[in-house]
Structure formats: structure tokens, C-alpha cells
Design a binder for this molecule. Sequence first.
Ligand code: UTP
Length: 230
Amino acid sequence: MRITLNIGGSILAKNGELDVKLLSEIASAVKTLKRQGHLVYVVVGGGETARKYMEAGKKLHLSSSLLDEIGIWTTRLNAKLLSLLLGSEIGREVPTTIEAALEQAMHGKIPVMGGTAPGQTTDAVAALLANASGSELLIFITDVDGIYTADPKTNPEAQKILRLTTKELVKMFGHVRQKPGIKIVLDPIAVKLIDRYKLKTFVLPATDVPRLPEIVAGASHSGTTVEPVK
Ligand code: UTP
């Protein structure tokens, strides 16, 4: 199966510390999936590192598109770190475009990339890559355990949604305005792309990472499933 995996930057680092245990769990799950014959495409977010650099850029009066550029470089730094844990399975460079990622995959490598262009987040990159690669499954690993009716970190009334369709997803979250570093579940651009390309999607917590190979094989997960509808 072709699988696109998005690693939310917010789960990779907390309080200035990178989560090395999680990084090695992700690498090990990706290697197992590859060994099982799956074609895996990985996109990594910038998280705390992105926010730090973008805040500094803001204080230095950089324009919004240049702040996005700084954000993109931090996603590539995280992608580089994860890719180094995959050893000979990866291409020589972190791909900077979807086309370069597809090219690496054609040579039997696992592409591990970050952002591509200003004005979006790596969620959107993952949706684009999932479509371009013909992935049957798009998986987001996030710092919440699925999609909620509202932001569970700020709203105690928020309820977890176990299953919804791509149409319901876009109706609920396609319009939410986005600020860099702040988002509700998924970037609205990604939500629109998931609906447009009818991508079967899982939104999972980091605790599901060690079980990814089982989950891909059909075992239950603790997040949300988004089912495509025509
Ligand atoms: P992220 O994808 O990490 O966004 O990109 P995020 O909202 O912080 O998500 P988490 O917390 O990692 O899951 C970091 C920033 O880099 C810029 C955006 O400014 C984004 O907020 N970026 C990223 C782009 O402009 N284009 C891209 O393709 C990717």
C-alpha cells in the first residue's frame, strides 16, 4: 500500500526538548512498513522550532512570506533529523518539492520532506503528496488524539469525532482561519485538499506510532477516521 505520513512538528519537541524516544519510534515504524512492502512518504512539521524562529523574525520585522520561508526551513531541519534515522532507506537530500519526493520514491527511497511553498503548512504538503503519489492512506500524527468538534485544549465542551466523511470534514473545518503555529486539528487548506482529492485519512495521537504497522494492516486505532465520499 502507498501511505503518506505527516508528523506534526508539535509532537516532536516540547519545552525546548526534542522527543528522541518518539523520533526513534517513528523511524522504526516507518522502517517496518517499508520492510512489509509498503511505499511510505513522510512529511514533517516545524512545531516549536518553527514558532521560535518565526517569532524572532517577526520581532525583526520580516514580511509574512519571509516568516513562512523561515518556518519551511525549520520543517526541513526536523525532516533531516528524522531521515538520518532511516539510514540507507532515504535519498541524499530532503526533497523541497513534491516532484523531488516522487523521484526519490521511484528510486526505492523513502522521501522525508518538510514544507514547499509559503502560505500553507505541512498538513497541506502531506495532502498534496498523498494525492500525487496515489497514496491509499494519509495519516496525520498530531498532539491531540483525533478530530474534535472544537479545540479540546481550550474548550471543555469539545467532543471527539471517531468517524466522519471528507465532506463533513470540509463543512466543519474548511473555513477556519489560520494563523501560523495555531490551528484547529488540520490546516483548512489541507482539509479542502482532503475533500478535493477524496483522501482516506487517519488523525492519530503519537501514542499510536508504535502500532502503525498493525493499524495500517487494519487494527483499530485511537484517533479519527475520515472516509472519502464522492
Ligand atoms: P508546520 O507545518 O509545522 O505548521 O509549519 P504548524 O501549524 O506549526 O503545525 P505543527 O504544529 O508543526 O503540526 C510551520 C510553519 O512553516 C510555514 C508556515 O508558516 C507554518 O506555520 N510553512 C510550512 C509554509 O509556509 N509552507 C509550507 O509548505 C510549510
